[in-house]
Design a protein. Sequence first.
Length: 565
Amino acid sequence: MTEPPLPPNQPPPPSGYGHLPGPPPPSGYGQPQAGDNPYAQQPAPPTQPAYPQQPPTHPQPGYAYPPQAPGMPPAMPPGMPPGPPQGGAPGAAPRRKLTVLIAASVAGVLVLGAGSYFAFFDGGGDKPKEPVAQSSTSADPKPSGSASASVDTGDGSGNGSGGQEDLNAGRKQGEDKVLWYKTQKIEGPGSGVATNGQWVVGDAVVKTVWKSLVGYSVTDGKEKWKLDFPTKICAQTDQTTADGKTVIVVEENDSDSASCNQMKLVDLKTGKEGWTKEVAKEGAFDLLTDINLTLTGDTVAVNRLIKSSAYKISTGDKLFAGNGPEGCQPASYAAGNNKMIGIATCRDADSTVEVQDADPVTGKKTWSYRLPKGFRVTSVYSVDPIVLDIGNETNKERSIVVLGPDGKPRTTVAGEGSFAPNCGVREHMLQGCGTSAVDSNTLYLATSAGAGKANEIVAFDLGTGKVKWRTPAGDGRTLLPLEAAGGKLIAYRQAESEQGGEILSIPAAGGEPTALLRHPSGPAAPIESSFFSPKADYVDGRFFISASRLTALGKDEKFLMAFGK
């Protein structure tokens, strides 16, 4: 696979690390300490990539040494011993191996790979206690046996066995089953076609397939509905409205220079298409070729490289645009849970970046928070609570900052490990960080996994910035957070060629994980473990995994798979 060029205005990956200059922290702040570790082991490296939320792109340049945000406690002290190099980011596209140098002045920072990495270290105080060995327990062990999987032979619309082998053959004690499995056969452009949209709404799991949206029954995989468009789908969001609608964008024509500007409302429950509106250009330099969507309530924000605007989902009418000629006007928005924040580059000598709240209907702000000089927002893990990843490309520095509902800093996050959030690689792609999850008081991040490196999920307390717990290692497979809700984290332990994956539930306070699903080994495991840049959802006791891109060479390709009891 040919590696794409770096995004515009992105420097090459770093060859060293710097230290954020600035005043000392205010009195009364102590160094963050890692919390007790109730777990025992660490999972070993994966054989398959993790889950990026965007199609494969060139990895984002890494950062190191989390800086002190204004008025915040330092994330770590200088002068710590050097750490070992880390492996590549899970889910990142194939990339060149990097050699990274560590300056003595910032010793203790883990070497970062070519992906969207950042490093954290214990800022002093007690180290985590030696963990006690624990193992996951099954919530509902199953007897051995066989159940026939529904297998599609190629076009994605069928439901018969197609003469393929029984994917549940030889299930072991305690293993659950494949509900159904589909392949796709598409002849398309030589670069392949995107299939990275996936939603589970009501009794349907919906996928984008190049120029189509297809809804499949969650129980048996039968095609419920299909929407065909004249041009390819060029933008979508994982988010939906409360009643199961979403907004997609298709290209205006099939030319190589086509604008991605035809917005469409789609009811994912019924497959009915609503309004179609053209995204209005906001000035001569508004390039509508690279679109990112985010929605909340009845508002969808349309972010692009230097412009942004918002539309009313129910009608398609334009609400506001965040690119005025004066001051600090947002160039992109992040949204969710009926909240919205704008990210603005101010028109001052330092091009200071400012974070603002934004009314989803009017775009008006009531507070703002300015980042340190040279820093920009690289990722938004959550808008409620507000959890931001910020970085300085010049000094190769990075940090995670938690803001209160009034925009004032609460804390910075610190803890040992090297992390790859797998967010978008451009400034208008702020959300959809595939190896993270956030609830009301906890940030869950997966550590990077590479050759010879163990993988964990680390839970950070958003009130203190300290580590609450780290996951057990299990059997060496990569462990990734899927969602955090109801006081629990739902995580996916990835499959390997000879062993099926697992869905785990972990209490937010830490504790022994419970296995919600144990996917079968045998003939199902090689399929589950080999999806290209997979998308994953666990909803109502079922797990769905699918490919985010197909080669479109006119042959059967792995596309969509469902697991359950």
